[in-house]
Ligand binder design. Structure first.
Ligand SMILES: Cc1cc2nc3c(=O)[nH]c(=O)nc-3n(C[C@H](O)[C@H](O)[C@H](O)COP(=O)(O)OP(=O)(O)OC[C@H]3O[C@@H](n4cnc5c(N)ncnc54)[C@H](O)[C@@H]3O)c2cc1C
Length: 463
């Protein structure tokens, strides 16, 4: 059986990619123009239009809504937010706690809207299970649990090996943590339903319309220019392709595989009845979900970064990455080792130089953005969309300061990435270091984190 490679992602395999909506018909005026039809852009349009139905909002999408990471991800709707601990250092513990609580609420909010808008996205609230598969991973996991408890996340449980296996039998797992703040979703269906809800509200969504220039007061395309006082850049991993943004957020690659449906005897060996989203504590970590139709979808880093911030071709994946992910699947789930891999694909997520997600609106120019979620964007984009709503309403005089406009990720600025070839060499070196550290930790008995990984964390600015 051959493995489908690319085709955007497996999440489109059953229904096919959507037929593109009509492109921008020509020059037009709007109150807000949103560039990018992923979760960030669509949540922003959704909440803005609900708040002020008279607003004229236009979404411009280069390909089709869900073409980017939003239609390709692992379907972890969870409460992680990139940079929380750095925000605690910069703005104090209470500010970081407010951000974390808002993220916990974002998981609930997405689940609520999916139900209210009747979006069939295989939402299953099983929480998030993270397991440790070596003594070093176990030490990190325990330290992580202790830090989260001290931070105030007291509903996160520490599980011993047997308790973790009661949920999912991962070969070699020595323990785990579980938090209720997570759900499994079928991301492309969530995105498709959200785009339809946005259109029902009266937002103009134009696809096959790449924006070639973002300037104060306008978004320029080959089909025409949209003039609007607010222009919001919601292009996350694709941001580097916009003029002037090449070194803003690094397009980090992530790759996935999905198996054919597992036979009942294999599921009996694995468990996973709760459909928790599942991850490990490796430096180049894996993330996985049990799909609604009984497959394992599993992702990891693969080729981390392409020279010059290039992106993949519609999700096409390097055969070595496919082989590496297959190896991870077989190692963690030996019972599934013989089950064919149905599909492999890749996508890009946005990584800022300090690994901190941010939301911003410049009152003077009307230019705004949100993103840099570093692989935690499914729920964070919802919080970002509501935050951009409040920022636009405040700037236009239709709103005031809110709880969301006061979150510490609002207005955060960070230096740009290094120019090439430093960027390429740095990121390739970083992940080579992480892979080597993971190998040594798996083979060894030491509970200490590999010193090379510790150094890599420090040099990269990741922690
Ligand atoms: C393989 C993979 C797995 C992941 N797994 C998870 C996960 O399980 N959980 C999680 O929380 N996060 C995950 N992420 C990250 C998450 O998917 C993203 O952070 C999130 O979807 C970003 O949404 P977005 O709308 O900001 O960007 P995107 O979804 O990438 O959308 C950007 C859109 O902008 C469009 N665009 C680009 N340039 C232009 C232009 N010039 N003009 C007009 N439109 C343009 C693109 O076509 C695209 O549709 C994963 C990412 C990847 C790649």
């Amino acid at each position: 059986m051959t493995t489908v490679n690319g085709g955007i992602s497996f999440w489109y395999a059953a229904g096919g990619v959507p037929l593109p909506r009509a492109p921008l018909p020509g020059d037009t005026d709007a109150d807000v123009v949103v560039v990018g039809g992923g979760f960030t852009g669509l949540w922003t349009a959704y909440y803005l239009k609900q708040a002020l139905p008279s607003l004229r909002i236009t979404v411009l999408e280069a390909r089709f809504c869900g073409y980017g990471a939003s239609g390709r991800n692992g379907g972890w709707l969870y409460n992680g937010v990139a940079g929380r601990d750095r925000y605690a250092r910069l703005h104090g513990h209470d500010a970081a706690v407010r951000l974390q609580r808002a993220m916990n609420g974002a998981v609930d909010e997405v689940v609520r809207v999916a139900a209210a808008e009747r979006i069939e996205a295989a939402v299953r609230r099983g929480g998030v299970l993270e397991v440790a598969c070596s003594p070093a991973q176990l030490a990190r996991l325990r330290a992580y649990h202790a830090r989260e408890a001290a931070f105030g996340e007291t509903d996160r449980l520490l599980l011993d090996a047997a308790e973790a296996a009661d949920r999912v039998r991962v070969a070699g797992a020595l323990g785990g943590t579980w938090t209720p703040h997570g759900a499994r979703v079928q991301p492309a269906e969530l995105l498709r339903g959200l785009a339809a809800a946005v259109e029902r509200l009266g937002v103009a969504v134009h696809e096959s319309t790449p924006v070639t220039g973002i300037r104060p007061g306008r978004a320029v395309t080959a089909h025409g220019t949209v003039r609007a006082p607010y222009v919001l850049r919601c292009t996350e991993g694709f941001t580097a392709s916009l003029a002037g943004q090449r070194r803003t957020w690094l397009p980090m690659n992530s790759s996935m595989i999905v198996t054919e449906p597992l036979p009942p005897r294999v599921w009996a060996a694995i468990g996973w009845e709760g459909c928790e989203t599942l991850g490990d504590m490796a430096h180049a970590y894996m993330y996985a979900q049990r799909t609604a139709d009984g497959r394992i979808a599993l992702g990891g880093r693969g080729v981390p970064y392409r020279f010059g911030s290039r992106t993949d071709h519609d999700g096409r994946t390097d055969p070595r990455t496919l082989a590496a992910l297959r190896e991870v699947l077989a190692r963690l789930f030996p019972a599934a080792a013989g089950v064919p891999v149905a599909h492999t694909w890749s996508g890009v997520l946005g990584v800022p130089r300090d690994w901190c997600a941010s939301v911003h609106l410049d009152r003077g120019s009307g230019l705004g953005w949100a993103g840099g979620y570093v692989g935690s964007g499914v729920a964070a984009s919802n919080l970002a969309g509501r935050t951009l709503r409040d920022l636009v309403l405040r700037a236009s005089g239709a709103g005031a300061d809110s709880e969301l406009t006061g979150l510490p990720w609002v207005g955060h600025r960070v230096r740009r990435w290094e120019p090439e070839p430093l960027r390429w060499a740095g990121v390739r070196g970083l992940y080579a270091a992480y892979r080597g550290a993971d190998r040594r930790e798996s083979a060894g008995r030491s509970a200490a984190t590999d010193p090379v990984a510790r150094l890599a964390d420090r040099v990269s600015g990741r922690h």
